[in-house]
Design a protein around this ligand. Structure first.
Ligand code: NI
Length: 135
């Protein structure tokens, strides 16, 4: 197996809030991340595809194609957006980075033209990393 990764960055705002809980419970659970008017992050997204090298091209996947797929299906939909309000595929989702990783996986998994999606990694800050591998 060979693995190829594409890195993208995006900036977005969000608020962690579970509508099933009351305001006090939300504040206790999420702390300042529950701040009513939200806050922002500069996220780094790393999409990794795994598979076999094509003997004709020497590629696992054409990185230009991977870049375009990630940009069109994820980055263009979340960059400079409010994740709670502006993103169709995050409606009803608590916008933790765990849930972002799973949502991005679901969008991208069937769109990879060669090899298969191996992992979706997101850095929310310099120190906090999240990774989903589909199960
Ligand atoms: Ni946050």
């Amino acid at each position: 197996m060979i693995y190829v990764s594409r890195r993208e960055v995006f900036s977005a705002s969000h608020r962690l809030h579970n509508p099933a809980l009351n305001d006090e419970e939300n504040r206790a659970l999420f702390g300042k991340c529950n701040s009513p008017n939200g806050h922002g992050h500069n996220y780094t997204l790393i999409i990794t595809v795994g598979g076999e090298i094509d003997p004709v091209s020497g590629y696992l996947i054409d990185l230009k194609k991977l870049k375009d797929i990630v940009k069109e299906n994820v980055i263009d939909k979340v960059d400079h957006k409010n994740l709670n309000m502006d993103v169709d595929f995050l409606k009803g989702v608590i916008t933790t980075t765990e849930n972002l990783a799973v949502a991005f996986w679901k969008i991208l998994a069937d769109k990879i033209p060669s090899g298969r999606l191996y992992s979706v990694k997101i850095a929310e800050t310099e120190n906090n990393f999240f990774e989903y591998k589909g199960e």
